[in-house]
Design a protein around this ligand. Structure first.
Ligand code: NAD
Length: 349
């Protein structure tokens, strides 16, 4: 398998690159712009592997992306490159439209030209796998779960731009016959996640003795999926999923944000006790995120029934592993925290 992975220097993309090269034995070309969110230290484990290749490029650069695809001759493109942080989308939506919408369009156009140029046998095997999010479905109240047939109802610039990119991918399938599939995952957690995101933010603020901000009263609910389980599901769906189909990815791990934060404090109290007292003392309630979606919950039965996927980590084992990883891997997060993002509040309005 020769796979182009876009956004392979980010959180999920780097987990997929490491898994694809080390466990699946794929030849991989990682195309990443290396924005503030991308860092090659996340793929250091495969940097010297002859099956791994890297191109620093913007997916919105049509000629460069077309040349890269023609040169690498992939059987598969897995598209993860995106602006991914809801709070940044509130402050600076333009970049979200540029990358998530126009960038996806540019990639689709390049993939289509390449696919149409292939001999029939290789055309029949090619796929473009678009990695999307449950946030395109909007917000749930106390009841119900998102299934693949739930309506689109995005409510912030990030989720709206991701919903738009889903529509473009589906349009390229129905209009031009480009073989695509879409997967929509719930919130991911695990190693190598940028410290702007909730779980690393809590861990690192706690370790630095800073306030641990909780939006509103912390009542919002997210459904958590361990990143290594996610990339295994991508590996399965990319190869065995049905063309034109959408698969929801989740592991039935709904948690209130405040319960999650308390759980992390408990783990840190055990593993790295602070002489000044329990980490719970740092929890600080702050003004809520504008348009904050109340609850997400994913029904992943299509993925489980059709592709036989099962999550390996439950929430407790996953969160323990994640905290342990951050405690053991300061070499990774410290320079990023000092250089690019020091934990300031984003996305107030
Ligand atoms: P991330 O922000 O950690 O990584 C994004 C990567 O894309 C970075 O390496 C960045 O440099 C790269 N990138 C950004 N703009 C680019 C451009 N114009 N051209 C090339 N590369 C560019 O994101 P993530 O959390 O790893 O998410 C990856 C994908 O998965 C995204 O498409 C996101 O919407 C989706 N997703 C994420 C989650 C989650 O919980 N993190 C859940 C569901 C879906």
């Amino acid at each position: 398998m020769r796979a182009i992975i876009t956004g392979g220097a980010g959180f999920i993309g780097s987990a997929l690159v490491r898994f694809a090269v080390q466990k699946l034995g794929w030849d991989v070309l990682n195309i990443d712009k290396l924005t503030y969110a991308g860092d090659l230290s996340s793929v250091q484990a495969v940097a010297g592997n002859p099956s791994y290749h890297f191109l620093q490029a913007d997916i919105g650069d049509g000629p460069l992306v077309s040349d890269a695809i023609a040169g690498f001759q992939p059987d598969l493109i897995v598209h993860l490159a995106a602006e991914s942080h809801v709070d940044r989308g509130i402050d600076r939506p333009a970049e979200f439209i540029r990358t998530n919408l126009l960038g996806t369009y540019t990639l689709l156009a390049a993939a289509r030209s390449y696919w149409e140029s292939l001999p029939a046998e290789r055309r029949a095997c090619f796929r473009l796998h678009h990695v999307s999010t449950d946030e395109v479905y909007g917000s749930l109240d106390h009841e119900g779960v998102f299934s693949e047939t739930s309506s689109y109802a995005p409510r912030n610039p990030y989720s709206a731009s991701k919903a738009g990119s889903d529509h473009l991918v589906q349009a390229w399938y129905h209009t031009y016959g480009l073989p695509i599939l879409i997967t929509r995952s719930s919130n991911n957690f695990g190693p190598y996640q940028h410290s702007e995101k909730l779980i690393p933010h809590v861990i690192l603020n706690a370790l630095e003795g800073k306030p641990i901000p909780v939006y509103g009263r912390g009542e919002n609910i997210r459904d958590w999926l361990y990143v290594e389980d996610h990339v295994k599901a991508i590996g399965l769906a990319a190869v065995r999923g049905r063309i034109g189909q959408t698969y929801n990815f989740g592991a039935r791990n709904e948690r209130k944000n405040i319960d999650l934060v308390r759980k992390i404090c408990d783990i840190l109290d055990r593993k790295r006790p602070d002489p000044q007292g329990t980490y719970h003392r740092l929890i600080t309630f702050v003004a809520d995120r504008p348009g904050h979606d109340k609850r997400y919950a994913i029904d992943a039965s299509r993925l489980e029934n059709e592709l036989g996927w099962r999550a390996r980590e439950n929430f407790d084992s996953g969160i323990r592993r994640t905290v342990e990883w951050y405690l053991a891997n300061e070499w990774w997060w410290k320079p990023i925290r000092e250089g690019k993002y020091a934990g300031e509040r984003l996305g107030r309005s």
